[in-house]
Design a binder for this molecule. Structure first.
Ligand code: SAH
Ligand code: SF4
Ligand code: F3S
Length: 441
């Protein structure tokens, strides 16, 4: 056991957030305690993202802040993990003399041993090998998460899709599924600790089981997890439209614990652009999936990711994206300007779209979506929703949680409501990003 403190700073997606939770669990098992500011930490991990240029810039400015800290306290152990670490490998050690280690996305399980070795020898180390059986896929976070009630559970690692704009297949390696029994054991242990909602994580969860000839599909996995005692809600992200089949629609419709929400990134509304993105579907195909989902599960919330300004995107292509958003009316979207990523196919395509055009297209998409989202929230006024309480707002004392469709509800007062309870609430006001509710049972 080592005495001491640690601090982890996290960038990027839910996989990265969850990787940080796993690293916390590993460091705490060594005897380290979390602190809330890097100045007081003896071990610092910066868990990085490189999905867009802007994300990567943020990481480099965070790294810059380590330099004076390390100068002040040379015994501090400084580690970079995540997607930038995987991409840059030992090159990062050369670039930043104040870094002790680079930890790749397949090597999280090696963190404790890495810290020990650095403390003992003062060596500078890069661990970035990819492996066929990713050990870090088996590491669990033991319920360390954003709330005492909800937890992420990894079911897959990596991605083999190679969408032409995306770095993830390079930074996370090929798609691998986690053994079913391990997932079941983790979920059972979490519910015994009081977790009521899990979010199954993977870049393409509906391809679960494909990579290892596991004879179990994602829909089957949901069926098995549905039977875990004490688990009220199952969510999952992200689904790829190409692999979104009837059996999964049935699982959402038929299994009570599977929430009525799918995040199904469309990316673009023009077939020409979808093809250049290598997404493997057309707009019509996608509309077919949405229609099926909505006819089988009328309450379903559908959210999406949209990229504007992909190379070669004309005004007309963009209009098709805009019209698709008007037609589909997603509950919410995450929208981004296309950002060229080194080593990806799209970065060398002709017809890169000027920055100003990307900026104005993004603004148009976001204005439209804000109206749509707010409209849904207004429509909900007067309806009853099941809200799983995740905690109490520190400033206002309001209990808050989410509906089954993943919408945030702040309740009016804290009258004997605590985290982990499922309450029926009447929606009394729909706002831009959330709703206000009143407990009715
Ligand atoms: N596996 C998920 C997405 C992971 S990345 C899926 O396929 O849906 C999250 C989102 O970031 C993507 O859906 C995409 O919209 C966006 N994104 C990825 N690479 C990007 C790039 N180079 N520029 C802009 N947005 C990008
Ligand atoms: Fe990236 Fe495409 Fe894989 Fe999603 S499916 S992680 S966008 S390559
Ligand atoms: Fe970023 Fe890596 Fe996630 S690039 S979005 S942290 S998979």
């Amino acid at each position: 056991m080592v005495e001491g403190t640690y601090y982890i700073e996290t960038y990027g997606c839910q996989m990265n957030e969850h990787d940080s939770e796993k690293m916390s669990a590993l460091l705490e098992r060594m005897g380290l305690t979390a602190v809330s500011s890097p100045e007081r930490a003896e071990v610092i991990v910066i868990n990085t993202c490189s999905i867009r240029e802007k994300a990567e810039h943020k990481v480099y400015s965070a790294l810059g802040k380590l330099k004076p800290l390390k100068a002040k306290n040379p015994r501090m152990v400084t580690i970079v993990s995540g997607c930038v670490a995987q991409q840059e490998k030992e090159g990062l050690l050369k670039k930043a003399g104040y870094l002790d280690a680079v930890l790749g996305t397949h090597c999280i399980d090696e963190l404790p041993e890495l810290v020990e070795q650095i403390k003992k020898t003062g060596e500078r180390i890069a661990r970035t090998a990819f492996s066929k059986d990713v050990k870090s896929l088996h590491v669990t976070a033991h319920g360390r998460g954003r709330s005492p009630v909800c937890s992420y559970v990894t079911i897959m690692q990596g991605c083999s899709n190679f969408c032409s704009y995306c770095v993830v297949p390079f930074t996370r390696g090929p798609e691998q599924s986690r053994p079913f029994q391990e997932i079941l054991d983790e979920v059972s242990a979490l519910t015994q600790k009081g977790i009521r909602e899990i979010t199954l994580l993977g870049q393409n969860v509906n391809a679960y089981g494909n990579s290892h000839d596991m004879h179990i599909s994602f829909a089957h996995l949901l069926e098995k997890l549905h039977k875990v005692q004490g688990l009220n809600r199952i969510r999952f992200t992200t689904s790829h439209p190409r692999d979104f089949h009837e059996d999964l629609i049935s699982a959402i419709a038929d299994l009570d614990s599977v929430c009525e929400h799918v995040h199904l990134p469309l990316q673009a509304g023009s077939d020409r652009i979808l093809k250049a993105m290598r997404r493997g579907y057309t707009l019509d195909y996608y509309l077919g999936k949405v229609a099926k989902l909505r006819s089988r599960i009328p309450k379903i919330a559908i959210t999406s990711d949209i990229i504007v300004g992909f190379p070669g995107e004309t005004e007309d292509d963009f209009l098709q994206t805009f019209e698709a958003l008007q037609q589909i009316r997603f509950d919410q979207i995450f929208s981004f300007k296309y950002s060229p990523r080194p080593g990806t196919g799209a970065s060398s395509l002709p017809g890169q779209v000027p920055e100003e055009a990307k900026t104005s297209r993004l603004a148009e998409v976001q204005t439209l979506q804000d109206q749509i989202t707010q409209h849904y929230h207004k429509l909900a006024e007067g309806t009853e929703e099941e809200v799983l309480i995740e905690g109490i707002r520190i400033k206002t004392g309001q209990p808050f949680g989410r509906t089954r469709t993943n919408k945030i509800v702040n309740l009016e007062s804290s009258q004997d409501i605590s985290a982990g309870e499922t309450v029926k609430a009447k929606i009394i006001r729909g706002l831009k990003h959330s709703m206000i509710g009143r407990k009715i049972s």
